[in-house]
Design a protein around this ligand. Structure first.
Ligand code: LP5
Ligand code: MN
Length: 240
């Protein structure tokens, strides 16, 4: 039996191939798993559980079908979908997790997280993150009519895309010290995250002990997942 991890699908009605790829992944792979973990940026953006977008209902139903087949799904928010709340969780049967969670799977101790909190060199992003994670600001935002929330999200998306052109690759990657501090804080041998869209398994030497940082790929043209079994932890890419 395996446990599967995915992130950064950026599901949207404008990318039907990714949705189809995800639905196929559920039917052909996740269905055989012990559990599925989604590590954020599952949707391209999320402006509230009351958004009547039919894609959201379709995905909720598919996740509920998975749950009813005996495969629980756990979710960590990303920087695009941090507003996913209890209503969507109920409709889809997913369990919302805190931003960092340590799992004990077979003999492995694995920290899971979205990955944006490790990008500490991106100071503009970290300042922005602090604001949009403020519960009071979130509550105010959710009180706005949907069309205004959509307009604000559009503005944020285009400003983010514009600013990212001028940020170096290094700034938008994880900070090595933040990775070491996080490993030490959670005392795990492994971490798995997404966000940077740079799929790899990195080794990190801390006090003469090897640690592993697994990075999931974004689902642009193929699927990306980590598969954890008693024997091994693998990064796997597969066609939609
Ligand atoms: O996601 P990605 O990879 O493109 O970029 C991220 C960081 N950008 C973001 C912004 C999101 O993409 C925007 C999504 C909005 C959806 C939710 C709306 C809900 C709003 C709720 C309010 C309570 O996360 C980007 C990082 C990059 O990852 C790599 O790590 O660099 O960070 C930025 O671009 C941040 C900018 O530097 C500054 C923020 C710009 C937004 C300013 C707000 C303007 C508001 C206008 C209101 C009228
Ligand atoms: Mn992200």
């Amino acid at each position: 039996m395996c446990t599967l991890f995915i992130a950064d699908l950026h599901l949207s009605e404008h990318e039907p191939a990714i949705t189809a790829g995800f639905l196929r992944f559920l039917k052909e792979q996740a269905i055989h798993a012990k559990a599925l973990y989604i590590l954020g940026d599952f949707f391209d953006f999320w402006i509230g559980d009351d958004d009547p977008n039919p894609l959201h209902q379709q995905i909720a139903q598919a996740l509920m079908t998975l749950k009813n087949a005996g495969v629980p799904c756990y979710f960590i928010h990303g920087n695009r979908d941090f507003l996913i709340g209890s209503r969507f969780a109920k409709e889809s049967g997913i369990t919302l997790l805190p931003q960092e969670k340590v799992l004990e799977i077979e003999k492995h101790r694995i920290l899971i997280l979205h990955g944006d909190t490790l990008c500490t060199d991106d100071e503009a992003y970290q300042r922005y993150r602090k604001k949009v994670h403020n519960k009071f600001i979130q509550r105010l935002f959710l009180l706005l009519p949907l069309f205004i929330r959509l307009r604000i999200a559009d503005k944020m998306r285009s400003r983010s895309q514009h600013e990212n052109q001028y940020k170096s690759d290094a700034i938008m990657d994880v900070n090595p010290q933040a990775v070491i501090d996080t490993f030490k804080h959670f005392n795990t041998e492994w971490m798995i995250h997404g966000h940077t869209h740079r799929p790899a398994i990195h080794t990190v030497n801390i006090d003469d002990k090897i640690h592993y940082r697994g990075v999931l790929g974004a689902w642009h043209t193929e699927g990306s997942m980590f598969k954890v079994t008693a024997e091994k932890i693998e990064l796997i890419h597969f066609p939609f």
